[in-house]
Every structure is written in C-alpha cells, then in structure tokens.
Write a protein that binds this ligand. Structure first.
Ligand code: ADP
Length: 522
C-alpha cells in the first residue's frame, strides 16, 4: 500500500528562495495504488463503432502520479475528423436522431444517466487515473454532477419549442426552434467528464449530432461514457469521438466546412486560434469558455476562519487546475495579517498524495509541462518580491506533485497576479476600501468568476453588480449546478453553458410566415 502523507511544514521564515517546509518522506507514490478499473476503450468512436485511426497511430496517455503509461490511444488526424464529420452529417441529414420524437430522445438520455450511475465507480476511477484528481472528488462531485446534468437536459428535450408571433398584416407567423446540425466540440483536460456532459447534454437534447475532440492528456473517460450512451440506444453517428492532438485533429474540426457549430473550452490563446479557423472556413458560430484570473474578496466584517477555508477551496480545488480558480485573493487590511497566517496554516495542512488514497485532498498536476510552468511562476513570484509563506517546491520525487504554495504581499503588476498559473499557488493582496478593490479586481483581461466573502448585504449587492465576471459567488465558491449558467466576460469567452442558456447555442430559429386565408374569422 502506498503511504499518504500529510503535508508537514515546519518553516516560518518568509521569502525563501527554496521551498518552505519539511516532509516526512521523499516520495508520495513509491507504490501507487492500483486503480480499481480496467481500461477497455482506447479507439476512436466513429459512426457507432470503435475503430483505429486511419494512420494506425496511437499515443500514450500517462498516469500523473508516476509518469507511467496507462494505455495507448488511437491518435485521430484530419482524415479521422473527416470520417467522423461525415458520419455525424449523415446521422443528422438522414438518421433518426433529429426526426424521432423529443420524448424518445429524452428517454435515451435518461437511460444514459442510469447507466452512468450504474458504472459510476469505474468512471470515477478512470477520471482519477488519467487526470490525477482525488478519487473522492471524482466519485462524489464530478460523476454525480454529470449524471444530474444529463437528466437535466433529458428533461429539456421535449420542452423546446417556438412561438406564435402576432405580426402586423394578415399572416400566421410562427417560429421553429431547430437543431443547428453537426456540432464540433473541443474539451480540455481538467474536468474531462464534466466538460463532455456540459457539451453533449444540450447539443443532443436539441437534436444535433456531435463530433467531440477530447484533450490529448485525458482521452479515456469520454470513450467509456460514449460506450454507455450507445448501450442506452443512441443511434450510430450521433456522437463521434476523436482523441488526438489539438494542432491536427482540433484544427481540422474547427475549420471543417461541414461542421455547423463549434464549442470550445480551453486556453484563451487556443480560443483565438479556433475562432479564426471557424471564421476563415464556413463562419460557423462559436462559443468559447476560456481562462480566468478570478478575484476572491474577503471583506472586513468577514468570519476569518470561514473565509480562509473558502478562499483555500476556491484556489486549491482540483490542484488549482480550474479556469475559475480564485487565484487573486484580496483581503481587507483590517483582517489581512490574521488571514495570511491562517491561510498559510490551512495550506500546510493540505493532504497531498496518491489521489486514490482516502483523505487525500491534492493529487499531482496533470503533466510535466504544467508542473514546470507552475514552478516557473513560483520562481517569478519570489523574484518579484512577493513573500513566500509556504510551499514553493516539488512534493516527493516522482510524478508531478507540487507543495501547496501561498504568497502574500502580492502586487497587482506581478506576473503571478496577472497570469493564469493553473496550479496550487495562492496569491494574497491587501486592500483598503470597496471602490479600490472593485477597480483592482476588474483590472484583468479575464472575467470568468469572482468570489465575495462578507456578512454585509449592501457590500454583497454592490460587489455582485460591480464585478465584471460571468459568475459571482457570495459566501460560497465552485457552485456548478446543472441549471446555473456559466461563461465569461471579456477574454474569458462568450456564450453560456449549462442551464436554459446553453440551449440557444445548439438551436437556430426559423420564422415561418403564411397568409391567413379567412382573416375575417378573427
Ligand atoms: P491547455 O494549454 O490547457 O492544454 P488548450 O487550449 O491548448 O489548453 O487545450 C484545450 C483543447 O484545445 C484541447 O482539446 C486541445 O487539444 C485543443 N487544441 C489545442 N490546440 C488546438 C488548435 N490549434 N486547434 C484546435 N484545438 C486545439
């Protein structure tokens, strides 16, 4: 059995160039726990069948705990995207999915949710193995979240309809809300199953067909889920999955002339690329959910212990690999010193280890590239004069673990306060008054989310309206109910996912006008 270790820091000094703290072992995963699941699905899914890539190529997907290979997965190319789009096109233009009753579609999605429930342990284990997130989080938050979301959109399928419009003149005018056609969807690696559900739930409920490209770092759970969806009765070609690199498979999907809609979640940099590809090909409509640098504001009258815990969750959840991570913690000067001490103590208590081990709160980062990127930001933080309160170093000697890290005295112009670090690095800054913190919180190209911690209703209302972000969580954070819309302001993207709002991404409105023959009857 592998040993799970509590992070035990002993250092008190500030601003060390090296990590602060000591550990009771050199490695957290000397003997990684064997995941309780077998990997069975590694091919591409095209037209209802699991098939090899046209090139026959595969790529390895790695265990972030150790860097070892979990499985070799078919590597989709532009040619495979063509095959997948052709299947989705045929399924949309000729197949039963958009033609069956909305109630039948709803029943298939409900059966899918039942199968997800039946196989929830496997799904959670695959997610943890491929991504490194704590098993408890996958099993108790994410898998139940996708089941709930599929049922939510199954419920919408037979409630989508147009209007009768009272136009001038003697006409009968109605609107039809029709599916767009073939939806291309590109998802990232930080929440592979959740992102799959957010994308396919509304697209399928509206009667579209889909080609989805998973992230090359986490291809496994979507394939497993897609097999269950076919078991639930999904006709062939309605959902096609191409695993493969962004610059080849993702590019081919974004620029494909036969894809009618593109939905992308990932970095702002890649968002610009896919938007450009969509514009230069067939002007397909695009929704983008991109990065963030979300403020978390702790006001003067806050309960500090609760504020510390929530700010900790806002940043460290999922190893800090969240586009909404509360990565700029602003604390009122009257409670700043106490907050910093307690935030540091909380981070030092964070349980890092094998994500399959019960009690572990933080697993490894996703890969070597992200691991190095986070470490270089920690270095920038130290060099720019922020105070390293704790952490800052690699955790253990194997895999991609990083010590929970806290910086205080962070200034707004430091790189660690401006860029998306996407790791377990909390940055704390001091503020004096509300106007100042609103200005500073909004001074970011991003606008995905914001957190407010206060007991004062007026302060909460003021901040909720003043903050330029798609989600504002007051005295809570990371609340992702299926019905709550989610999306960004500014460079965090456009369009909303989840809730009723996501339906409009996958529908187009047709106005049907015909003269009334006997208007006198009216
Ligand atoms: P990250 O840097 O966090 O991996 P990306 O935005 O690069 O974020 O990745 C998100 C998704 O975008 C992944 O599925 C990735 O394969 C895909 N992707 C990356 N580059 C491109 C591209 N040039 N065209 C289309 N998709 C891409």
């Amino acid at each position: 059995m592998s040993r799970c270790l509590l992070v035990q820091f002993s250092g008190r000094s500030r601003g060390w160039a090296r990590g602060i703290g000591t550990y009771s072992s050199s490695s957290v995963v000397d003997e990684p726990i064997t995941p309780p699941v077998k990997i069975t699905d590694t091919q591409l899914l095209i037209n209802g069948k699991f098939v090899d890539a046209a090139s026959g190529k595969t790529f390895p997907t790695l265990d972030p705990r150790t860097g070892d290979v979990i499985a070799h997965v078919a590597e989709g190319s532009a040619e495979d995207v063509d095959r997948a789009v052709a299947a989705a096109r045929k399924a949309f233009d000729e197949g039963p999915w958009p033609r069956m009753t909305a109630y039948e579609r709803s029943c298939i999605l409900l059966r899918f949710a039942d199968l997800l429930e039946k196989h929830k342990d496997d799904l959670a284990a695959i997610e943890t193995w491929d991504n490194g997130k704590p098993y408890k989080q996958a099993a108790e938050v994410e898998v139940p979240g996708i089941i709930r979301l599929m049922r939510y959109y199954a419920g919408w399928a037979d409630k989508i309809h147009g209007l009768t419009v009272p136009a001038d003149g003697e006409y009968h005018v109605q609107t039809l809300h029709e599916p767009i056609g073939v939806a291309g969807q590109i998802i990232p690696w930080n929440f592979p199953l959740l992102m799959l559900a957010w994308k396919i739930g509304p697209a399928l409920a509206c009667g579209n067909t889909v080609v989805l490209k998973t992230a090359e770092l986490t291809p496994l759970s979507a394939l497993y889920a897609a097999r269950l969806l076919h078991e639930a009765g999904l006709p062939p070609g309605v959902l096609n999955i191409v695993s493969g690199p962004g610059p080849t498979a993702g590019r081919a999907l974004s620029s494909h002339m036969d894809v009618n809609k593109l939905s992308f979640t990932g970095s702002a940099e890649t968002g610009k690329v896919v938007l450009d590809l969509a514009a230069k090909s067939n002007l397909k409509p695009v929704t983008l959910e991109l990065g963030g640098k979300s403020p978390f504001i702790v006001c003067k009258e806050a309960d500090i212990d609760q504020a510390v815990e929530l700010a900790h969750l806002a940043l460290f959840f999922n190893q800090g690999q969240c586009c909404v991570a509360g990565s700029r913690t602003f604390v009122h000067e009257s409670v700043y010193d106490e907050f910093v001490e307690k935030a540091k103590a909380r981070a030092m208590k964070r349980v890092v280890g094998d994500p399959f081990k019960p009690g572990v709160e933080q697993g490894p980062q996703i890969d070597a590239k992200q691991f190095e990127k986070i470490r270089s930001y920690i270095k920038f933080g130290i060099e720019s004069g922020a105070t390293l309160e704790c952490g800052g170093e690699r955790y253990g000697s194997k895999g991609f673990f990083i010590q929970p890290t806290v910086f205080s005295d962070v200034q707004d112009d430091m790189l660690i306060a401006k860029d998306e670090i996407f790791g377990p690095v909390q940055t704390i800054s001091k503020f004096k008054d509300l106007d100042e913190v609103i200005r500073r919180a909004n001074k970011s190209h991003y606008g995905l989310a914001a957190g407010v911690f206060t007991q004062n209703l007026d302060t909460a209302n003021t901040l909720a309206r003043a903050l330029r972000a798609g989600s504002v969580w007051i005295n809570c954070y990371h609340v992702f109910d299926a019905a709550i819309p989610f999306g960004g302001y500014k460079m965090s993207g456009f369009g909303r996912e989840k809730g009723i709002y996501s339906l409009s991404n996958y529908l187009q409105v047709k106005a049907v006008v015909n003269p009334l023959k006997n208007p006198a009857w009216l």
